[in-house]
Ligand binder design. Structure first.
Ligand code: SAH
Ligand code: TMP
Ligand code: ZN
Length: 404
């Protein structure tokens, strides 16, 4: 039995997927063995955190070969421009502002803060994306954020008015160390906010592709509130976000005087209604996951039986779990189209489907395309209007398999 990484209590297993490769490690040489680990998530009845039971060494995931560049999507560019303007507003009246972003990736957000001449720092362990952020005028410390690097940052730059992170808090196994670091680094009146895929959305849609090596935690307001309390912080606001198929932004403050907004009560009540604070909330999840994955495979088998070809769109990290658990590989999907230069020419982890350029997809014009990057559906359907007008069909799968 695994133990909770936050409170050391025994975890209750929610679902096991079996052996998986590293989701963002695209394969160049098919003769090389891939590293495999056991993917399963558990629920802690004590602090309510849903989490990976077995974690992968961060240095194997976050390094100079990190495949995900945040700036690949126009919608994400817009999302982060908005986040930056919120931060710029918060610090505009501060006498000596300092903004710290954890996991700044290629600088998609901080480039706006930098352009306003606001003192800032991005802490980012993956060298390739960090270099891309520097090219955009962003100050980057190439390191993992934890209590140790937090003290070093404090000694060098002082405390921060804003500490933020998007899609990074859920990646860090030693989250107690991260929260300790934040407590040390945040000014007494400072704001700490972060956003990640939201557990309630994952449970509601059965979007199990969100479960993979990098996502150690699946946050709910109930669990974040408990975690914050352990570190002298308070969850004061929650704001739902559309990105990544349904995310939540959590705002935390120091101290214990009550600054909680009205939003919190309503959102936590919804979470309690879904039973996210008890094992009851997770019992039907596996059944729904199994039903989606078998429907998905059967849909593809039927299309292939009609002699039609199938491609996929978006070589996402999350599709690793989805494709492998659904037992769908090169036998059913010819290739995956992706715009990320470092992914093109390689193969998807575990399933070894070739990754091809978007130009290839347009020329090939396959009759069916699995929309693996379903979280970017609006942007992609808009971009691929012509493909659909010519008869091309997209296949999506959460909360159920749909052809449109
Ligand atoms: N914030 C961006 C990037 C998310 S990908 C966005 O939302 O699009 C997660 C990023 O976190 C990667 O760039 C990874 O290298 C970085 N990361 C992983 N562990 C980290 C840690 N301990 N401290 C800071 N960054 C980390
Ligand atoms: P994400 O779901 O983790 O954001 O990853 C999206 C992947 O999809 C990334 O590899 C880039 C790819 N992509 C395209 O190929 N074309 C697009 O229009 C979009 C939005 C993403
Ligand atoms: Zn716990």
């Amino acid at each position: 039995m695994s133990l909770c990484k936050i409170c050391n209590n025994d975890l209750e297993t929610v679902i096991s997927f079996g052996e998986m490769p590293i989701s963002n490690r695209f394969v160049s040489d098919l003769t090389e063995d891939e590293f495999l680990y056991d993917l399963s998530i558990g629920f802690c009845p004590e602090c309510f955190m849903v989490q990976l039971e077995e974690c992968v060494d961060p240095a194997m995931m976050f390094n100079e070969d990190y495949a995900y560049f945040s700036s690949i999507s126009k919608a994400m560019e817009d999302h982060f421009e908005e986040m930056a303007s919120e931060i710029i507003d918060i610090v505009s009246e501060k006498p000596s502002p300092f903004v710290l972003e954890l996991g700044c990736n290629d600088g998609i957000m901080l480039k706006h803060v930098a352009a306003h001449g606001i003192p800032h720092l991005g802490i980012e362990p993956s060298a390739n994306v960090a270099a891309s952020a520097r090219q955009k005028g962003v100050h980057v410390l190439e390191d993992f954020f934890n209590a140790t690097s937090a003290s070093e940052i404090k000694n060098r730059y002082g405390q921060a008015d804003v500490i933020c992170g998007a899609n990074v808090m859920c990646h860090i196994e030693d989250i107690n160390s991260v929260f300790q670091g934040v407590s040390v680094l945040l000014k007494p009146e400072g704001v700490f906010f972060f956003e990640d895929p939201y557990l309630a959305d994952i449970i509601k849609k059965a979007s199990f592709d969100q479960i993979y090596d990098e996502h150690v935690y699946y946050f709910s307001g109930l669990a974040v509130s408990e975690l914050a309390k352990r570190h002298g912080l308070q969850l004061v606001n929650m704001v739902p976000q559309e990105v990544h198929g349904g995310s939540m932004r959590y705002y935390l403050s120091k101290g214990s005087e009550n600054r909680v907004t009205k939003n919190i009560g309503a959102l936590l009540a919804v979470e309690k209604g879904l039973n996210l604070h008890s094992l009851k909330g997770y019992v039907s999840f596996k059944k729904r996951v199994d039903s989606i994955s078998s429907d998905f495979k059967n849909t593809l088998l039927k299309i292939r039986a009609e002699g039609k070809r199938i491609a996929a769109y978006g070589a996402t990290s999350k599709s690793t779990t989805f494709l492998i658990y659904s037992k769908v590989g090169v036998d059913l999907i010819d290739y995956v189209s992706d715009t990320t230069p470092t992914k093109i020419g390689k193969y998807t982890p575990g399933t070894h489907i070739p990754v091809k350029s978007h130009e290839h997809f347009i020329l090939d014009n396959p009759p069916y395309t699995v929309l693996l990057a379903w979280n970017h559906k609006r942007e992609i359907l808009e971009k691929e209007k012509e493909y659909r007008e010519k008869g091309g069909k997209f296949i999506t799968f959460f909360p159920e398999v749909t052809i449109e």
